[in-house]
Design a protein. Structure first.
Length: 475
């Protein structure tokens, strides 16, 4: 109780920073301000100088920049420079996209010079990239060459431990050297570190002596879920050695959905499953859906009218097909589709998937299913907010109940809004699912999409959909 009272006044989970990161943030901010000021002066005759609209634009730019750079971990990652350059490009581009969307929504886009905005985008990225390279180079020359790499030991032999070893060994910016590993109790896995020119130094009981022998600075403890209880005994045994102790619980035997680490009132929390649509990410997804849906609706309105007429003339019945589907967080909604089948009753009340050469499909229905035109009315579901342009395809409620009993993590796909198109669809995983393995492949793609969601991914899927829309598996 005493030790808890001593530490509860400060947070246990802290965002780490460094002097170099603070300098980098200051340089980036100064560069954006300086470039904007310089371009405004260059175009002063055209735009009238640094007027209020441009002051507002600069403030918004800096504010959005802070959010997007934090989202892409621009100042928190030790990635290789090429990865950092690509992440910087994505964050900088997303910042401008948000800025442009806000200008259109506020009906202020005509106030700003297109040339100035384009120059700021290009020059700003190049200058920031050069500044990041400069800081990295100076840091490498001054800091990394001023002392030897700190020696560390990894406790555990799992695949996650191997992944950690590779990350430390392949990234000189981390400034650490893995000496070897020690085994956990009842750990009978073959050594993964021996493949990487390292060695097993012994068992966990040997850890205190090994710390002294190799002058170890830090210990990384990678424990599977069933071995987490050994952490307390090990912690007590090496606490007096004055080494840094980092615990990495190996939770990756589970199918994780948008996992993360955060804090609640200073208490560290490991999130195993969560929707990616939180806060600013939800706003970005909503803006993307509304803006693109309005543009798409304007473009496809003639097609919607022609298909509606064709469906009505082809067979008796309504133009649209409405059905309950399960959406985000398990909420049921009514989906819009063009009717592609003759009006019929389900056998015994059981819903049957459409099959190839299905006799229930009408002549027009066969065409609009093959070209996915029957899905176009779902643009109204997107505008209503119960679907997205991109996301896991919503299945009928009855199919959800059926597959959830056969696939363990089936319902994980409901951690995000369902979509008109998705990662599974552009990979050709569409149409009838004749066996459970086909549905499992869909679910794997859906969860991969949730774990890696970004505006960039959505845009790439939309573009790929154009080429996949007439695939052989659509009927």
């Amino acid at each position: 109780m005493a030790s808890y009272n001593q530490t509860k006044s400060r947070t246990l989970l802290q965002r780490r920073s460094s002097v170099s990161n603070m300098i980098q943030q200051a340089l980036d901010g100064a560069a954006v301000i300086g470039i904007t000021w310089g371009l405004v002066n260059i175009h002063s005759q055209e735009i009238g100088g640094l007027t209020n609209p441009y002051m507002i634009m600069l403030l918004l730019l800096l504010g959005i920049l802070a959010i997007t750079y934090d989202r892409f971990a621009i100042y928190r990652s030790n990635a290789h420079f090429l990865d950092k350059a690509f992440n910087l490009f994505k964050a900088w581009t997303l910042t401008f996209l948000v800025l442009i969307v806000l200008a259109f929504l506020a009906k202020q886009s005509e106030v700003y010079s297109r040339t100035l905005i384009a120059e700021l985008y290009v020059i700003g990225y190049i200058v920031q990239l050069m500044l990041h390279l400069l800081v990295k180079t100076i840091y490498q020359k001054i800091v990394l060459h001023s002392h030897q790499n700190e020696k560390v030991i990894i406790v555990g032999q799992s695949r996650l431990a191997n992944h950690l070893l590779q990350k430390i060994s392949s990234n000189p910016w981390i400034g650490e050297q893995v000496i070897g590993c020690v085994r956990l109790p009842n750990d009978n896995e073959p050594s993964i570190l021996s493949k990487n020119s390292s060695k097993i130094l012994g068992d966990i009981k040997d850890l205190p002596a090994l710390i002294d022998q190799y002058d170890i600075h830090a210990v990384y403890v990678v424990t599977p879920l069933e071995s987490s209880r050994v952490l307390e005994d090990m912690y007590k045994a090496i606490l007096e050695k004055h080494v840094s102790i980092h615990w990495i619980p190996d939770i990756f035997s589970l199918r994780l959905v948008n996992h993360s680490v955060r804090e609640i009132s200073g208490i560290p929390v490991i999130t195993l499953s969560e929707t990616p649509l939180i806060g600013m990410r939800l706003l970005l997804k909503s803006i993307e859906d509304v803006v693109l849906s309005c543009l798409i609706l304007l473009a496809i309105s003639p097609i919607l009218l022609l298909v509606a007429i064709a469906v009505k003339l082809d067979s008796p019945g309504p133009v649209f097909f409405r059905q309950n589907r399960t959406g985000w967080s398990g909420k049921v909604f009514r989906i819009w589709k063009f009717r592609s089948m003759h009006v019929h009753q389900n056998d015994g009340g059981k819903l049957k998937q459409a099959e190839k050469n299905d006799s229930r499909v009408t002549r027009v229905g066969a065409f609009i299913r093959r070209t996915s035109l029957d899905e176009l009315p779902q643009i109204f579901n997107v505008l209503a907010g119960n679907m997205s342009l991109v996301g896991p395809r919503p299945h009928a409620v009855q199919h959800d109940e059926e597959y959830s009993q056969r696939i363990f993590d089936y319902f994980a796909r409901h951690n995000i809004k369902p979509g008109i198109t998705g990662l599974a669809q552009v990979r050709g995983l569409r149409g009838e699912t004749k066996d459970i393995d086909q549905m499992i492949q869909r679910i794997e793609s859906d969860i991969e999409y949730i774990n890696n969601w970004s505006v960039w991914l959505d845009i790439s899927i939309i573009l790929r959909t154009v080429f996949a829309i007439t695939g052989k598996t659509a009927y």
